[in-house]
Design a protein around this ligand. Structure first.
Ligand SMILES: NC(=O)c1ccc[n+]([C@@H]2O[C@H](COP(=O)([O-])OP(=O)(O)OC[C@H]3O[C@@H](n4cnc5c(N)ncnc54)[C@H](O)[C@@H]3O)[C@@H](O)[C@H]2O)c1
Length: 273
């Protein structure tokens, strides 16, 4: 690739999106910070500039195909090419099937899954024109693999993101566009605060799992940088999360029973707290 590289990061106003934008900035990238939260995006821009990169804040609701088109037109007229798309924007929903309102299913599927579909739909033909090759990063989750009870809407969006990444991997290989599907386990961000949970007990259980994690958004972002450089399809972060992936392939019911027991313990602890 040339000296200056150009990226779009969705959900860049917070958490992992911010950490990815800053890591790209450290490597000299120019990053479009695409989010619905202008204040958070401005804060990320300041961090990007401190880290030695360049950035621009772009308002983007990933659930809007027309906002994606406007973004493409604007960037295509200003940038020589698009080197990287990071589909990171995401939200959480917790609760049981049959009890959760259908609006919450629609909300999360629109953001977590359609957001990435619209992004790829809008930008892939521009990326194919990049003679230096390009890359797409889709942020899935370990939830795609472990299918924890009480998280069905989240789990299906993340399983969808993983399948989407695997499909794009084959479709885009002839165009020298790499694809990475990222499956992190918990790391602390604002996702629980902004998420929709059926009960406060479920929110507390998710918060406990998150606060008990030693991983950080910065760790995951650095792992993503390596995957882009090496054109790796799968990222499990931390590396120990890869154990779940192997267990799922070898002994899926053992894994699902393990996760169900762990989930019941976390719910009981949250109920007592
Ligand atoms: N935090 C974790 O434990 C964890 C684990 C695995 C995967 N992930 C995934 O990482 C990604 C980032 O989440 P995070 O944990 O950093 O959460 P976060 O809440 O800190 O950040 C999410 C960002 O997405 C933005 N966003 C939400 N809806 C949007 C929309 N419609 N259009 C544009 N932007 C929108 C928010 O404004 C926010 O800036 C998500 O896809 C999430 O599912 C997180």
């Amino acid at each position: 690739m040339g000296t200056k590289r150009y990226a779009i990061v969705t959900g860049a106003a917070s958490g992992l999106g911010r950490a990815v934008a800053v890591e790209l900035a450290r490597r000299g990238w120019h990053v479009a910070l695409a989010d619905i939260n202008p204040q958070g995006s401005q804060e990320t821009l300041a961090l990007v500039e401190q880290a030695g990169g360049q950035g621009q804040v772009e308002h983007l609701d990933v659930t809007s195909p027309s906002e994606w088109s406007v973004l493409r037109e604007k960037l295509q007229s200003a940038w020589p090419r698009l080197d990287l798309l990071v589909n990171n924007a995401g939200v959480g929903v917790g609760g049981e099937v049959g009890k959760l309102p259908l609006e919450d299913w629609q909300w999360i599927i629109n953001i977590n899954l359609y957001g990435a579909i619209y992004g790829c739909h809008t930008l892939i033909d521009w990326m194919k024109q990049n003679s230096q090759g390009a890359h797409i990063v889709n942020i899935a989750s370990l939830a795609a693999i472990v299918s924890a009870p009480g998280m069905a809407p989240y789990n299906i969006t993340k399983a969808g993101m993983l399948s989407f990444s695997e499909t794009l991997y084959g479709e885009l290989k002839p165009y020298n566009i790499g694809v990475t599907g990222v499956c992190p386990s918990f790391f602390p961000t604002n996702i629980i605060r902004s998420g929709r949970f059926q009960t406060s007990q479920q929110r507390n259980a998710a918060a406990r799992l998150m606060s008990g994690s030693r991983a950080t958004a910065d760790d995951v972002a650095r792992r993503i940088m390596r995957a882009i450089e090496r054109k790796q399809l799968y990222v499990f972060a931390p590396a120990s999360a890869g154990v779940y992936w192997r267990l799922k392939r070898l002994m899926p019911r053992v894994l699902l029973n393990l996760i169900a027991r762990r989930n019941a313990r976390a719910s009981a602890a949250a109920a007592k707290a």
